[in-house]
Design a binder for this molecule. Structure first.
Ligand code: ADP
Ligand code: ZN
Length: 432
């Protein structure tokens, strides 16, 4: 049994969760039907009225919401409250196209702060913790999301934002920061710099809270070793709330989804059909407590699996397994599906020779896709470059089912990211 921030919620019995979810769902459906024209229109088209939601499974009668809807109804047409009740705006980082915005009421911000505070407590945080927030501040939900969660807990916040890496590390040492919040790719970069500065023994860090982009178990080990911490995964998205939608507990076997705030479903991304418990598919989330900009059956495009088994930590909220990637991250190269995370796994298996800093370049020449992977050699590398290249190419072909051309570059030649890493350069669209 662990420490909880809100034990009465985090350890609620499943029957009580279900009852709570149904009450809140019915409340939310009625609100969006009455206040958001898009939802009324879609529900009318589907022939479903708020009173038709009698059980939790009736959620599947509701139409989906997509990122495109947020673009089409940009910026305020999906609000379920008057604009004057919105106290803050955030926007997605725009990884996959035009930004979308989300409006929050005061209550929405409080709820989100609770979610992040739950995470901090799960990672051993308390009022004595010193939380260094190295997520970017601004429209991105990472910075302010972590900030308000740490304040809600009563910890000491260091709102340093991302970037200025050496100063970041000096502060970390001087202030004795115990928790670090940033993207996993920035954590890697911080780890590298800590090593260069030779200050690992001056760090007081205990835990890192890393999310906003996919990362692998191998990367977790690397970061933990470089910073001398336990690294936790956190999941979130602007459309739903921000970081804290789901978070890892000390057992680190999936992220507990805040089920008092959202209902999670898994669907088949091709047919939209709801899949049975335990299936792998696209995560769909419905915000049942959010006032400002509620999302009904929002298609996250993140591919994962839900686990309803009881967790050793005592939390009862369902766990989502690490997203395997998002449907729109997936590259189709010469007809084969490729996820960047598969490449990262291969590189991390060879971490003595190469660093996991890489970039995928895809192009089309004479109607055939070209597939190049730029990889940095590790500073410790002393072997034969051609042989190393050959070895990686063989391993990549077996992991991906398709051949790629590997280019080994000098250490530090690929630009480091202070936020989400940009791993893919796809030039094919430019030529279509
Ligand atoms: P954008 O879609 O522009 O990147 P956000 O900044 O809101 O917008 O990012 C949300 C997305 O980031 C999620 O849908 C998911 O794909 C990814 N993400 C967030 N946290 C994690 C995580 N812990 N593991 C894997 N992917 C994550
Ligand atoms: Zn747990």
């Amino acid at each position: 049994m662990g420490n909880y921030f809100q034990p009465e919620i985090e350890t609620m019995q499943r029957d009580d969760i279900k009852k709570h979810q149904l009450d809140k769902l019915r409340w939310q459906v009625k609100r969006v039907y009455e206040n958001v024209p898009m939802y009324k229109e879609r529900m009318d088209d589907a022939g479903v009225k708020p009173k038709d939601i009698k059980s939790l499974s009736d959620i599947s009668k509701l139409p989906f919401t997509t990122k495109q809807d947020l673009r089409d109804y940009y910026p305020f047409q999906l609000l379920a409250v008057h604009k004057r009740d919105i106290v803050r705006i955030h926007a997605s980082s725009g990884t996959t196209g035009k930004q979308v915005v989300a409006g929050y009421t005061r209550k929405d911000l409080e709820m989100w702060s609770d979610a992040f505070a739950r995470m901090l407590v799960a990672t051993g945080g308390d009022t004595k913790s010193i939380v260094q927030v190295a997520y970017g501040y601004g429209l991105f939900t990472g910075g302010l999301g972590a900030h308000q969660g740490a304040e809600r807990l009563g910890a000491m916040v260091v709102p340093i934002s991302s970037g200025n890496t050496e100063r970041q590390i000096r502060f970390m040492c001087d202030l004795g920061s115990t928790h670090l919040c940033c993207t996993p790719s920035y954590a890697m970069y911080l780890g590298e710099t800590v090593k260069e500065m030779g200050v690992k023994n001056q760090l007081k860090l205990k835990a890192g809270i890393f999310g906003a982009e996919p990362w692998t178990e191998e990367m977790r080990k690397k970061i933990e070793e470089a910073l001398g911490i336990k690294a936790y995964d956190i999941y979130g998205l602007t459309e739903i709330m921000g970081p804290g939608v789901a978070y890892e507990c000390e057992y680190q076997n999936g992220m507990h989804i805040c089920e008092d705030m959202v209902i999670a479903e898994i669907i088949d991304p091709d047919t939209g059909e709801t899949l049975p418990e335990g299936s792998f598919g696209e995560l769909v989330l419905t915000t049942i407590a959010k006032e400002g900009q509620p999302m009904m059956r929002y298609r996250t495009r993140d591919l994962c699996q839900l686990n309803y088994e009881p967790c050793a930590c005592g939390r009862t909220h369902v766990r989502m397994m690490k997203p395997a990637g998002r449907t729109d991250d997936m590259l189709i190269i010469r007809g084969v599906n490729v996820f960047p995370s598969q490449i990262e796994e291969v590189l991390l298996r060879n971490s003595i020779e190469v660093s996991p800093n890489y970039q995928i370049v895809v192009d089309r020449v004479n109607n055939t896709d070209t597939f190049d992977i730029n990889v940095e050699l590790s500073p410790r590398f002393t072997g034969d470059v051609e042989a190393e290249k050959h070895k990686l190419q063989v391993q990549l072909r077996s992991a991906l089912g398709i051949g790629a051309k590997v280019h080994l570059l000098r250490p530090k030649s690929i630009e480091r990211s202070e936020g989400k890493a940009k791993r893919v350069i796809d030039n094919r669209n430019l030529r279509d």
